[in-house]
Design a protein around this ligand. Structure first.
Ligand code: SAH
Ligand code: SF4
Ligand code: F3S
Length: 500
């Protein structure tokens, strides 16, 4: 599973438990915390920050909810299914708590954080009155205070403000060990109001963190062992934070500053909006070697009418122009995207326009979803809602095509020698998992000392969602042009990394 893009909620939960375990500070107090993370990488980052904050209050992280005194569900509201999962999980936790209480075996505090907490607010405490704390994504720095309040008073505590203070200024600095591949939130919120989307309501207005704070956090992450940083934001390429000299920094400028940090070998950013892919950022892809040749750029639809109804602010042609420019400056760039099928009013012909766009562009990876009407968004009350069965059929057809493209992309890397950053042990003894510059997961037989290093790996086999390879003696092939294109009908891989 790629960790860069929107991903199935359960998978992300597991992945997070692995990552966050490394960042927990030791504690003398026997309080145990379990965090389950749903939704996007911003939530993964937030969960890590919550774990860091609670560690200062005596909580150590455990991977099993059954062993915890405090369970935090960090939730996602993007689609109905994602939100409903939270209530079923809460139901299970409630049973567990009741059993524990009945057996005289301690207690359990339940916290709901994240976007469902923000969207539902007081309604959540009505539907699930056994929840102890409901806290939104902008106020989780107040968790210790809310927990203390809960101990003093019966009844659920609610905090879903959009406060004037920024949580980033109030959270403790992350310290200690970092994941090899770390996340760093640089921008939050969204002002774009796509007509299907809840994010502007759950995360609030767009806000960029100052450049100096980001550079300092990146240096701490690298000092803690990170070799790759993924810059996060709901609209990460709309970044316009204040530079130390007082002038505004663009994302391209920030990337150049970050690339100069010694020991930081790889940079990525997600999620971008096609409208904010400016020339300066496109050029950075051809000029900054640390910037990996992979970009998640959600297009949503290939129909101009649907794009307009979604309020996306670009046409299919605009999107393809951006792709063409990216491939001019970085021929091997691997593209990923998000799609929605069955947006209100989408006709058969308009859906075909999406299929056509996918055929023309060629994606290395993609996430696609059935349109899910979200309460409070304009899309939910648009006329001509598309029947669920039609949304599903279109999704199945689109996914068949996207999966074939992804398999094809993976297959075309077989035989190449690519630089792989090893992140963690694999499932089998003696095996490590790393990633290629194109974000493909690769399983390789190698010793644990290779974790945290970038090594040349010859790709031996391709599977639908991962690769297998072997350590190579030779550096990556500098000129694999003879091997056929990696980007659809474009030039192949020319990794520009140096080896440690
Ligand atoms: N900021 C990103 C997307 C964030 S949400 C962007 O502008 O593209 C991640 C993805 O979830 C979206 O790209 C979209 O494909 C999907 N999504 C969002 N709202 C949805 C809805 N109501 N129904 C189905 N999919 C949705
Ligand atoms: Fe949602 Fe659109 Fe903002 Fe992305 S740009 S977060 S899809 S409103
Ligand atoms: Fe979900 Fe909130 Fe992220 S709605 S996708 S967790 S911003």
């Amino acid at each position: 599973m790629p960790h860069m893009t929107q991903s199935p909620e359960g998978e992300l939960g597991r992945h997070h438990a692995e990552r966050a375990a490394a960042t927990t500070e030791p504690s003398t107090l026997p309080k145990k915390l379990h965090i389950k993370t749903y939704g996007c990488q911003m939530n993964v980052y937030d969960s890590e920050r919550m774990a860091g904050l609670l560690a200062r209050h005596g909580y150590t992280q455990v991977s099993d909810a059954a062993a915890a005194d405090l369970v935090v569900l960090n939730t996602c509201h993007i689609r109905e299914k994602a939100a409903e999962k939270v209530y079923s999980e809460l139901g299970r936790l409630r049973v567990m708590r009741d059993e524990r209480r009945a057996a005289g075996d301690g207690d359990l505090r339940l916290v709901v954080a994240g976007c469902v907490a923000q969207a539902e607010g007081a309604a959540m405490l009505e539907r699930a009155p056994f929840v102890d704390i409901v806290v939104g994504p902008q106020t989780y720095h107040r968790l210790p205070e809310l927990l203390a309040r809960r101990e003093r008073a019966a009844g659920g505590q609610l905090d879903t403000d959009f406060p004037l203070e920024s949580k980033f200024d109030l959270l403790p600095e992350s310290a200690g060990q970092s994941p090899i591949s770390a996340f760093l939130t640089i921008q939050e919120g969204c002002d774009k109001f796509c007509t299907f989307c809840v994010v502007p309501y759950t995360r609030g207005a767009e806000e960029s963190r100052p450049g100096a704070a980001i550079l300092a956090e990146a240096r701490r992450l690298v000092a803690g062992g990170a070799r790759e940083i993924t810059l996060l934001g709901q609209n990460v390429n709309a970044y316009h934070g204040q530079g130390p000299e007082g002038r505004s920094w663009s994302l391209a400028r920030l990337i150049r500053e970050l690339a100069a940090i010694d020991g930081l070998d790889r940079l990525r950013y997600t999620t971008s909006h096609p409208r904010d892919m400016d020339e300066e950022l496109i050029l950075a892809h051809g000029q900054v070697p640390a910037l990996m040749p992979f970009l998640h750029l959600p297009v949503q639809s290939g129909s101009d009418r649907v794009l307009q109804a979604m309020n996306r602010g670009y046409s299919a042609r605009d999107f393809e122009r951006v792709v063409d420019r990216l491939r001019e400056v970085r021929p091997d760039i691997a593209l990923s995207s998000d799609f929605i099928t069955g947006f209100p009013g989408e006709s058969d012909a308009e859906f075909e326009a999406t299929i056509d766009l996918v055929r023309r562009v060629g994606f290395a990876q993609a996430f696609s979803f059935k349109y899910s009407p979200r309460p409070g968004t304009p899309g939910a009350v648009m006329p001509r809602q598309v029947e669920e069965s039609v949304r599903g059929e279109r999704l199945a057809r689109l996914q068949t095509l996207l999966e074939a493209q992804a398999a094809d992309f993976n297959a075309r890397t077989v035989g190449l020698t690519l630089p792989v950053l090893f992140e963690r042990p694999g499932r089998h003894p003696g095996q490590l998992v790393g990633r290629t510059p194109y974000l493909q997961a690769v399983h390789v037989t190698a010793s644990a000392e290779s974790i945290g290093t970038i090594r040349p790996v010859e790709i031996a086999a391709a599977f639908p969602h991962s690769l297998a390879g072997r350590l190579a003696d030779q550096p990556p092939v500098a000129d694999p042009l003879t091997r056929g294109a990696l980007g659809a009908a474009h030039g192949p891989a020319q990794p520009e990394e140096t080896f440690a």
